[in-house]
Write a protein that binds this ligand. Structure first.
Ligand SMILES: Cc1cc2nc3c(=O)[nH]c(=O)nc-3n(C[C@H](O)[C@H](O)[C@H](O)COP(=O)(O)OP(=O)(O)OC[C@H]3O[C@@H](n4cnc5c(N)ncnc54)[C@H](O)[C@@H]3O)c2cc1C
Length: 398
């Protein structure tokens, strides 16, 4: 299938990865990105499975020079009942490759840009996508309309491409929020144990009504000053306090009330390099493709972030699209294959995110009394027979 014409709506993680996939499978690709500038900071810190990172660098989607922080172990921490000391109550194998979202986007953008088959237009919002009478896809922008054999909706959680395929789909709110940010590593100065842990581990800090996740990521250009080439990324899940504003003071309040003293000081001390707050929601398109349209990344579905799978899913979507295009005799056959693989995976992840959210935010366990065996049993119950790379699952994304 050479010279397939593919349009991509959105040029973020999913859009760039899908552009690389299309070009590698022989298509001529045009990417339309609404934003005019560099995309950075949208995901702050993220983790991906080491096997997926190896696969993507092996086949050339990602440059091996992209900085990452390999982490091997997950450590569970909470506050000792009736005191402000920290207690490490479990430790599990938890290999992840920690990335800076902005650096990951830049690496994919470079990869797409290095292919002569890809044209990337920034500052070019798509106004509408339509199906023509001949069954092709039409992309409308201010500068006119163009037809494509395949159009990829990689336009994020408010995707207009998805609205064409599933107009009634609405996000389901989880009823709690996540505060994400990064701190300079200097916030850890003087806190020997957290500093030691965060060299090669990621930390889950449990408290009543929520939990926090902490891990080091590479620092991108322009993200704070200092000699360190790393930042400390965090995500704190808890009940919202009435506003979605990224409120550092509220995060400090949560930390003060619930965290062991040294962890509360870390959150209190650093000038937060970046900070966002999102109400947690999820949604899942009933079909990941319907020729000539295909959905990728958050446009296809959003999971609660506990699965750490949004960017992972986008990258796997791209690998799947490339395989499907290479192995099919027509775009419709390729998109059928794509849908049959990616639709159930999206549904599985949404369900997994809900289970983890219930267990770790909505009905938190009595963290103070959990021990290694207790955590292992509780994780098995939460997973209920499915897998996640965050819980020692095998493979490139599960
Ligand atoms: C708290 C939290 C933690 C997370 N942690 C992880 C993690 O550890 N691991 C992981 O894999 N994922 C994680 N994620 C998810 C991950 O960050 C997202 O899933 C991923 O960045 C989505 O990429 P995307 O390209 O699909 O969407 P987006 O990055 O939202 O990109 C959509 C793009 O489309 C463009 N666009 C939209 N409409 C139009 C239009 N009409 N015309 C042209 N362009 C348009 C937008 O400008 C944007 O650039 C996390 C998310 C959260 C909230």
């Amino acid at each position: 299938m050479t010279r397939l014409r593919m349009g991509v709506v959105g040029g973020s993680i999913a859009g760039c990865a899908m552009a690389v996939a299309g070009a590698r499978a022989g298509a001529e690709v045009t990417v339309y990105e609404r934003s005019d500038g560099e995309l950075r900071g949208r995901g702050l810190g993220i983790v991906i499975p080491p096997a997926l990172h190896r696969e993507l660098t092996g086949v050339g989607y990602l440059d091996a020079a992209m900085p990452t922080v390999p982490l091997a172990t997950r450590v569970w921490v909470t506050r000792v009942a009736g005191s402000r000391s920290a207690r490490e109550f479990a430790r599990q194998p938890g290999p992840v490759t920690a990335c800076n979202w902005g650096l990951l986007w830049q690496a994919l953008r470079r990869s797409a840009g290095s292919s002569p088959a890809v044209r990337y237009h920034r500052g070019r919002p798509v106004l509408a996508v339509e199906r023509t009478e001949a069954g092709r896809a039409l992309v409308r922008t201010e500068s006119g309309a163009r037809e494509y054999d395949v159009v990829v909706g990689a336009d994020g959680h408010r995707s207009l491409t998805r609205r064409l395929l599933a107009p009634d789909l609405r996000p389901s709110p989880a009823g709690y929020a996540v505060w994400r940010g990064t701190l300079p590593l200097s916030a850890l100065a003087g806190h020997r144990r957290p500093l030691e842990l965060l060299r090669d581990s990621w930390v889950t800090l449990g408290f009543r009504g929520g939990h926090g996740i902490f891990y080091p990521i590479p620092r991108g250009a322009g993200e704070g000053e200092g000699a360190d080439d790393r930042l400390l990324a965090y995500a704190i899940y808890a009940k919202p306090h009435g506003t979605d504003a990224p409120d550092t003071a509220y995060v400090r309040e949560i930390a003060d009330e619930h965290f062991p003293a040294e962890w509360a000081e870390i959150v209190a001390r650093g000038a937060h390099t970046a900070m966002t707050c999102h109400p947690v929601t999820d949604l899942h398109a009933p079909g990941a493709a319907e020729a000539p349209f295909v959905l990728a990344g958050d446009a296809a579905g959003v999971t609660r972030p506990h699965t750490a799978s949004g960017a992972v899913k986008a990258l796997q979507d791209a690998l799947c699209l490339e395989r499907s295009l290479r192995g099919s005799a027509s775009p419709a056959e390729a998109l059928g294959r794509y849908a049959s693989e990616r639709t159930p995976e999206g549904a599985r992840l949404v369900e997994l995110g809900r289970r983890i959210g219930r267990a770790q935010v909505e009905r938190t366990p009595h963290w103070e009394s959990l021990d290694q065996a207790g955590v292992e049993a509780w994780c098995r119950d939460t997973l209920a027979g499915t897998t996640s790379y965050l819980y020692g699952g095998e493979g490139s994304g599960r």
